[in-house]
Structures are given as C-alpha cells and as structure tokens.
Design a protein around this ligand. Structure first.
Ligand code: HEC
Ligand code: HEC
Ligand code: HEC
Ligand code: HEC
Ligand code: HEC
Ligand code: HEC
Ligand code: HEC
Length: 309
C-alpha cells in the first residue's frame, strides 16, 4: 500500500515536471535560445527575404513582450519546428486561408491577432484595405504589419519608435499613397501625399503643430472607407462634422477649402501665363538696357572719330 502511494507521488511529480518543461518550452525563452542568436536572412521560394533574428531584449520591451511566441505562432507546438496538425482554432485557421497570400511565412501567426484584437481586425477586413486582400485576392493594400511594422517590436502609438504615431503616420500611409504606380493601378487619386504636404495642415504639421490633422484625423485608421461611401468621414455630407472636430461651426463653403484634387486647369494656365508675362517683361528690360548701352558706346566712338578729323 505504502509502496503504491510513493510511486503515485513520484509519477505525479514527474507529470508536474513534464508540464513545467512544456510551459517553459512554450515560453518565449525557449524559442529565443536559437532565434535571439541567429543572424542572417534567408530567401523564400517566393523571392522574399525573412530575418530569422528576433532581438530578445527589444521583443520583451514591446507591448507583446509578456507573451509566449506560440500565442501567435500557434502551429509551433512543444517541438518548435515539428508542428502537430489540427491544434489551430477553427476561426484562426479560416482567417489564415483568407489572408494567407499576404503573409510571408506564418499566416496563422498573422491571423492570431484576432484572438485579442477582434474588433480592430474586423474593421480592417471591411475597409477598402481588407477588401483588396480578401475579395480581390491582391496583396497591395495595408494589413496590420504594413502600418505597425515588425510584429515582434510593436510599441504604443505615443512612442517615438512607433510607425503609427503622429509624426510618422504620414510617411507610413504615404509609402503606398504616394506611389504613382500603385495608386494608378487602383484608379485612386495619386496626388494625396503631395497635396497634403503642400496644404496649410501639412505645413503646420511639418512645423510641429500638435493640433494639425494627419491622414488619420480625417480618414480614421482601421475603419477607413472610400470617399463615396456614405459612412466615410470625408463623404460630402459628413465633412462638416469631420472638419468641425477642430473648426467649430464649419460651413459648406469652408469644408470645400481642403481637397486632394489638383488645382483646376484654369488657375494652372493662368499661372503659366503669369510666368511668361514676367519673363518677357524681364527680357524686354534687359534687351532695352543692352541696346541702349550699345548705342551709347557707338555714339561715343563716332564722336571720338569726328574729334580726330
Ligand atoms: C534549435 C533552434 C531553434 C529553435 C529552438 C526554434 N527555432 Fe525557429 N527556426 C530555426 C531555424 C534553423 C529556422 C530556419 C529554417 C527553417 O525554415 O526551418 C527557423 C525558422 C523559423 C520561422 C520561419 C520559417 C518557418 O519555418 O516557418 C519561424 C516563424 C520560427 N522559426 C519560429 C519559431 C518559434 C515560434 C519557436 C519556439 C516555439 C522556434 N522557432 C524555435 C531554429 C529554431
Ligand atoms: C504578436 C504575435 C507574435 C508574437 C508574440 C511572435 N511572433 Fe513571430 N511573427 C509573427 C508574425 C505575424 C510574423 C510574420 C508572418 C508572415 O508575414 O508570414 C512572424 C514572423 C516570425 C519569423 C519569421 C521572420 C520574418 O522576418 O518574418 C520568426 C523567425 C519569428 N516570427 C519568430 C518568433 C519568435 C522567436 C517569437 C518569440 C520571441 C515570436 N516570433 C513571437 C507574429 C508574432
Ligand atoms: C492603415 C494603417 C493601419 C492598419 C492596416 C492597422 N493599423 Fe492599427 N493603428 C493604426 C494607427 C494610425 C493607430 C493609432 C491610432 C490612433 O492614433 O488613434 C493604430 C492603433 C492600433 C492599436 C492601439 C489603439 C487601439 O485602437 O486600440 C491596436 C491594438 C492596433 N492598432 C491593432 C491593429 C491590428 C491587429 C491590425 C490588423 C488587423 C491593425 N492595427 C491594422 C494604423 C493601422
Ligand atoms: C494574446 C493576446 C494578443 C495577441 C494574439 C496579439 N496582441 Fe496585440 N496587444 C495585446 C495586449 C494585451 C496589448 C496591450 C499592451 C499594453 O497596452 O501595454 C496589445 C497591444 C497591441 C498594439 C497597440 C500598441 C498601442 O498603440 O497601444 C498593437 C498595434 C497590437 N497589439 C497589434 C497586434 C498585432 C498586429 C497582432 C498579431 C500579429 C497582435 N497584436 C496579437 C495582446 C495581443
Ligand atoms: C483635412 C482632412 C484630410 C487630411 C488631413 C487628409 N485627407 Fe485624404 N481626403 C480628404 C477628403 C475631404 C477627401 C475626399 C476627396 C477630396 O476632396 O479630395 C479625401 C480623399 C482621400 C483619398 C481618396 C482619393 C480618391 O480620390 O480616390 C485617399 C486615398 C486619401 N484621402 C488619403 C489620404 C492620405 C494618405 C492622407 C495623409 C497623407 C490624407 N488623405 C490626409 C480629407 C483629408
Ligand atoms: C501597403 C500599402 C498601403 C498603406 C500603408 C495604406 N494604404 Fe490606403 N490603400 C492602399 C490601396 C492599394 C488602396 C486601394 C484598394 C483597392 O481599391 O482595392 C487603398 C485605399 C485607401 C482608401 C480608399 C480610397 C477610395 O476612396 O477609394 C483610403 C481613404 C486610404 N487607403 C487611406 C489610407 C490611410 C489614411 C493610410 C494610413 C493610415 C493608408 N491608406 C495606408 C494601400 C495602402
Ligand atoms: C485635427 C484637427 C483638424 C481637423 C480635423 C481639420 N483641421 Fe483645418 N486646421 C487645423 C489647425 C490646427 C489649423 C491651423 C490653425 C492656425 O494655426 O491658424 C487648421 C487650418 C485650416 C485652414 C486655414 C486657416 C484657417 O483657419 O482658416 C483651413 C482652410 C482648414 N484648416 C480647413 C479644414 C477643412 C476643410 C477640414 C476638413 C476637411 C479641416 N480643416 C480639418 C486643424 C484641423
């Protein structure tokens, strides 16, 4: 009797140890043993490059630093690179098929964000960005990592290093929306970045004015809509409310003042006309001065000749 109870407790202790080992293995340190000290990039069949190095210190300082790697890399079970099939929850498995072509190595990890950020993920999927990926089966538009950067080093938006903070978001959106080829492909205005930079708002922002709007103050970040969608904050009927967040009592005439559309052809030709007029006036004055100087010299010379006679 005593013997069996001892062996039971030994077995229990072993089971505990095993459970402990499994948890340790699933924590970030077991993966970091290799990935923190790896260096160098490997090329995938698709031609894209991946960086196997995950900087442990930077990872732990990120908003997800408290998590085990396997909370996103769900396929990677206790035995890191031998994944047991069928352990991926159904909702994530389904999502990973929809966005799979957007991921480079681990579509399951790219879908795992939905476990903790469901509302945001749904908004992005419903936006023109998500539509581009899911309905059109393209990979040109933005999903989480295009705006937030590496999944291992995400910091809060207030942080200087964040790609979505007030001072870097224009560049983050502009990376795609300032790309002529890409915007022409989808027939959207190619001028949004330059028109923003040249606008009163863009100039104030550049000078460090904290109250000046960036792209997300007018368009939102995750719940972006097309400009002709009645629920878009920049839809004609909603502009007064959108501008009104900062300009109390904005009128129809006021809200028409800001647009990305290039200035119409008439002001453009007027500008060219004005430049031509200025140039020709200068040309006239300069040639006049030269001719006059020339005739003065000629007069002086002929006077000299007469005097010698
Ligand atoms: C024994 C060292 C080692 C450990 C431990 C390790 N890895 Fe890896 N990992 C590698 C090597 C080598 C590669 C590159 C070769 C390859 O593609 O398998 C890699 C590649 C990867 C990749 C990208 C390519 C792929 O295979 O999907 C991911 C993602 C990854 N590891 C995640 C993890 C996670 C998560 C853990 C912990 C659960 C982990 N690794 C533990 C050595 C390791
Ligand atoms: C917040 C979720 C999340 C966590 C936590 C996480 N990863 Fe990742 N990881 C991803 C995503 C998403 C990708 C990119 C998937 C893609 O594009 O296919 C990725 C890619 C990778 C890659 C491939 C390299 C590359 O350039 O894409 C490696 C290696 C990797 N992770 C290792 C780790 C290790 C090791 C840990 C723990 C220290 C970890 N990951 C924690 C989400 C996560
Ligand atoms: C088009 C760019 C863009 C995409 C795509 C994007 N985000 Fe964001 N995200 C932002 C910006 C900008 C902020 C800062 C919000 C602010 O300033 O109000 C933010 C903030 C956040 C926050 C913190 C603040 C909050 O609203 O709770 C979380 C969490 C987040 N994003 C998760 C995600 C996830 C998950 C995805 C993918 C499903 C994603 N984001 C896709 C731009 C983006
Ligand atoms: C297991 C849950 C979990 C998963 C999975 C997860 N996150 Fe998070 N995420 C969090 C928590 C918790 C925070 C808040 C941390 C804090 O406020 O310090 C957070 C914060 C964020 C932030 C906010 C930074 C800010 O501005 O406050 C972003 C962006 C983000 N996560 C993106 C992602 C992306 C992208 C993925 C998928 C690759 C992902 N998360 C997967 C739990 C998770
Ligand atoms: C002050 C508000 C405001 C700011 C800031 C702003 N936009 Fe816009 N955006 C608008 C309005 C209003 C429209 C509707 C069409 C128009 O009037 O040009 C629009 C339209 C768009 C469109 C649709 C273009 C089309 O015609 O197909 C895109 C894309 C866009 N903006 C991206 C951006 C980006 C990227 C930034 C930051 C660099 C930005 N916007 C900054 C107000 C703004
Ligand atoms: C990775 C590239 C990429 C990034 C980053 C990106 N976008 Fe886009 N965006 C696109 C593409 C591509 C489309 C067109 C999708 C389509 O029509 O299929 C689009 C569409 C849009 C539209 C709808 C245009 C219309 O009226 O039809 C708006 C508004 C927009 N983006 C704003 C933003 C803002 C604001 C940001 C930054 C917070 C941003 N985008 C970041 C690629 C990007
Ligand atoms: C996030 C706040 C914010 C939003 C949203 C916003 N603006 Fe502004 N706007 C500013 C600030 C700040 C200034 C600079 C005020 C100054 O220094 O005089 C400014 C200046 C202007 C000016 C030039 C000077 C003036 O005050 O008359 C115009 C015109 C203008 N905004 C129009 C718009 C329109 C139209 C919209 C909506 C499509 C809009 N703004 C949305 C903050 C905002």
């Amino acid at each position: 009797m005593k013997k069996t109870s001892t062996s039971i407790s030994i077995m229990f202790a072993l089971a505990l140890l095993l459970a402990f080992c499994t948890t340790v293995q699933a924590s970030s340190s077991s993966c970091l043993v290799c990935h923190n000290s790896m260096s160098g990039k490997i090329a995938l069949e698709s031609g894209q490059e991946i960086d196997l190095k995950v900087d442990g210190e930077k990872y732990q300082a990120s908003v997800h630093g408290f998590m085990a790697c396997t909370e996103c890399h769900i396929r990677f079970g206790e035995d890191p690179h031998k994944s047991p099939a069928g352990t991926v929850p159904e909702n994530i498995d389904e999502l990973s098929k929809k966005i799979g072509h957007k991921a480079r190595v681990d579509a399951v990890a790219y879908s795992a964000c939905v476990n903790c950020h469901e509302g945001i993920y749904d908004m992005v999927l419903e936006s023109p960005h998500g539509e581009n990926i899911v309905s059109k089966n393209e990979m040109d538009a933005a999903l989480c990592l295009d705006c937030h950067g590496s999944p291992h080093y995400i910091v809060t938006a207030e942080n200087e290093g964040s790609r979505v903070n007030q001072w870097s978001i224009v560049e983050t959106c502009g990376h795609c929306h300032g790309d002529k080829e890409l915007t022409e492909k989808y027939n959207i205005e190619t001028n949004v970045l330059t028109s923003y930079i040249e606008s009163f708002h863009g100039k104030k922002h550049h000078l460090g004015h904290k109250g000046a709007p960036t792209c997300v103050n007018c368009h939102g970040a995750h719940d972006i809509k097309r400009k002709d969608d009645p629920s878009s904050p920049v839809f004609e009927a909603n502009k007064k409310a959108t501008c009104g967040k900062c300009h109390k009592g904005a009128t129809d005439k006021f809200v028409a003042a800001i647009t990305h559309k290039p200035v119409g052809p008439i002001p453009h030709y007027m500008e060219i006309g004005l430049i031509l007029l200025t140039l020709s006036t200068f040309a006239f004055i300069i040639s006049h001065v030269i001719l006059e100087a020339f005739s003065d010299i000629r007069d002086a010379l002929s006077k000299k000749k007469e005097a010698r006679k």
